[in-house]
Write a protein that binds this ligand. Structure first.
Ligand SMILES: Cc1cc2nc3c(=O)[nH]c(=O)nc-3n(C[C@H](O)[C@H](O)[C@H](O)COP(=O)(O)OP(=O)(O)OC[C@H]3O[C@@H](n4cnc5c(N)ncnc54)[C@H](O)[C@@H]3O)c2cc1C
Length: 164
């Protein structure tokens, strides 16, 4: 698995990667409520370019590739013990969140969408309307999204004290 080749299929030549890298998270390791007793909750993520074709057969194909690798890496057979499985891909991001090209991460971190060039915390059109979260300032990721809420709380506090 070559990270550079996979990254090329995301940024330079968007297509489903032949040999996908993937991210595996087992939230039940730290939160028992994430799976029935004695089982694991497993979350597998294959990063792909936005706007790619998304069909049931592609999802199935990539589940097979990734799961086989997970079994090889862990040296155990897991397939027959799956109790529940759900996939979420481009079409779901479009239908559930109306997200641009079905992307999962919001705006790309390009220069023209960075820092003060990002959408503002304060609405330009509606007085006393504020926005927070990854799509505004400072940007994507859980820590910046929390920071965004903190910044907006400060702005609201300031607006209410000056309006008094
Ligand atoms: C697969 C994946 C892996 C990630 N991994 C990491 C990581 O390892 N570390 C990290 O820091 N960040 C990670 N991120 C990014 C991080 O999750 C986000 O940046 C962060 O959650 C954004 O927080 P938010 O509050 O802005 O938005 P969200 O967490 O997306 O919250 C928005 C909420 O608004 C709700 N909503 C949407 N539309 C409406 C509506 N019309 N009415 C009412 N409610 C609505 C949604 O259902 C959702 O609950 C990851 C993101 C993804 C998708």
């Amino acid at each position: 698995m070559d990270f550079d080749v996979h990254a090329e299929n995301i940024y330079d030549d968007p297509k489903w990667p032949k040999e996908p890298i993937f991210y595996a998270n087992f939230p039940s390791k730290s939160d028992a409520s994430m799976a029935p007793k004695g089982k694991e909750g497993c979350f597998l993520l294959v990063p792909i370019a936005p706007g790619l074709e998304d069909t049931e057969s592609l999802r199935e194909k990539y589940f097979e590739i990734v799961f086989q690798r997970l079994e090889e890496l862990t040296g155990q057979s897991l397939r027959n013990d799956i109790l529940f499985r759900k996939s979420f891909c481009v079409n779901d991001f479009k239908s559930e969140y109306n997200s641009y090209k079905g992307n999962a991460y919001g705006m790309a971190n390009t220069l023209l969408q960075t820092a003060f060039l990002r959408p503002k915390l304060k609405s330009k059109k509606v007085e006393n309307l504020f926005f927070s979260g990854q799509l505004t300032v400072p940007g994507p990721g859980v820590p910046p999204a929390l920071m965004s809420g903190k910044l907006v709380a400060g702005l609201i506090e300031k607006a209410t004290t000056t309006n008094r």
